[in-house]
Write a protein that binds this ligand. Structure first.
Ligand code: SF4
Length: 375
């Protein structure tokens, strides 16, 4: 077995055993140990100068206005002498090797691993955030690694992963890092995948589309009220992002975390699925993910599995062809079925692949093309 394949095999095994943190990934590849508050400010191209040294950040639809010395909502954009600097560049606070199914991507290189990274900060404030310790932190509050782009690529190559994943928190806020990593990753033969809230302005999104291969976008709810009250965000720009990604030919999957009493109304789920089918295509994979009580919604119960199953039935009856249930390991809704001949194409248990019956991106039984990046 080649050294690269050997490392890839063992990193996947260690991850499944819950021991990925033992790998000490950045140190293996020459980075220094994590340092508290590591910041390497970099000038952002996404801002407008206003009067009196004030600036407006144009990266996301929040359009924060910052006086000199102030930071934006996400905590990682700062007005330094009338210019906008990102404080989330080359300083990931999380760097892990994960199965790509964890992102979740079910139609992208199944059974492979991804070098996954995140920085502090977020442009939303979701009451149900699973990673609030870092998403709602400033860069000076967390331990970060000094990881210039070439270190990330070297690490990925060394570990034998097939992709780089921008994930865990909101990658939009480290946009410039993704823009620089993208071409290097492509040259190294690595896919570039992102899991995002989709809350980004059209211009930076257009730039990002040039350096991404696949995106999983959270469609957290299907009303402006949900986005406003539970995320301090907006729905409309997220829908525009989904349409733009589709137009740019980026492979697209959607995650909808189903939260009891908050976004589990089946009529709204049906409306959302009809919108997905009409605007993005019925072959867009949709993941209904199970909520567990966390952060500011600890008073709610976990999503009943029955609710997820109901959502899946609603989505299938709305015409969607690839509908999954997430965070319920071993559930039949984790598997991929051919929409034409109904045969099982990919069997999954948690993040493990059991069997796969695809041939050249087509159903191995009836030949129907299955959307995704398969090789
Ligand atoms: S990226 Fe951050 S600073 Fe810029 S508009 Fe969005 S929340 Fe505000």
């Amino acid at each position: 077995m080649a050294r690269r394949d050997f490392l890839a095999f063992w990193t996947r095994c260690l991850w499944v055993l819950g021991a990925a943190h033992l790998l000490g990934l950045p140190e293996r590849c020459g980075a220094q140990s994590a340092q508290k508050g590591l910041i390497k400010a970099k000038l952002s191209p996404y801002f407008t100068r206003l009067n009196g040294g004030t600036i407006q950040c144009d990266l996301c639809p929040r359009h924060c206005r910052m006086d000199p010395g102030e930071r934006g909502f996400c905590r990682v954009r700062e007005n330094q002498q009338g210019q906008c600097y990102t404080l989330a560049y080359g300083n990931p606070c999380v760097i892990h090797v994960d199965p790509i199914e964890r992102k979740p991507f079910f139609h992208v290189l199944p059974g492979t691993t991804s070098l996954s990274l995140a920085t502090a900060g977020c442009n939303f404030d979701c009451k149900f955030c699973q990673t609030w310790e870092i998403s709602q932190a400033s860069p000076e509050d967390v331990y970060s690694y000094d990881m210039p782009s070439f270190f990330i690529i070297d690490t990925a190559t060394e570990m034998g992963v097939r992709s780089i994943a921008y994930t865990y928190v909101e990658p939009v806020i480290f946009c410039e890092y993704m823009l620089d990593l993208g071409p290097l990753a492509k040259r190294a033969g690595l896919l570039r995948v992102v899991h995002s809230n989709g809350f980004i302005s059209p211009a930076p999104l257009g730039d990002l589309c040039g350096v991404l291969d696949a995106a999983n976008i959270d469609l957290k709810g299907f009303t402006e009220t949900f986005y406003r009250e539970l995320c301090l965000g907006e729905l409309a720009p997220v829908l525009e992002t989904l349409k733009a990604l589709k137009q740019h030919g980026i492979h697209l999957e959607i995650t909808h975390l189903v939260i009891p009493l908050k976004n589990d109304d089946m009529s709204l789920i049906r409306e959302m699925c009809l919108w997905v089918g009409k605007e993005l295509g019925v072959d867009t994979p949709v993941h209904f993910s199970r909520f567990y009580p966390l952060h500011k919604l600890r008073n709610l119960p976990p999503t009943p599995v029955k609710t997820l199953e109901q959502a899946r039935v609603v989505a299938l009856s709305a015409g969607l062809e690839y509908v999954y249930i997430g965070n319920v390991p071993g559930h039949e809704g984790e598997n991929t079925f051919c929409p034409r001949c109904k045969r099982l194409l990919i069997r999954r248990t948690g993040y493990m692949i059991g069997e796969m019956h695809l041939k050249d991106g087509q159903c191995g039984y009836c030949g129907k093309p299955i959307p995704g990046i398969w090789e």
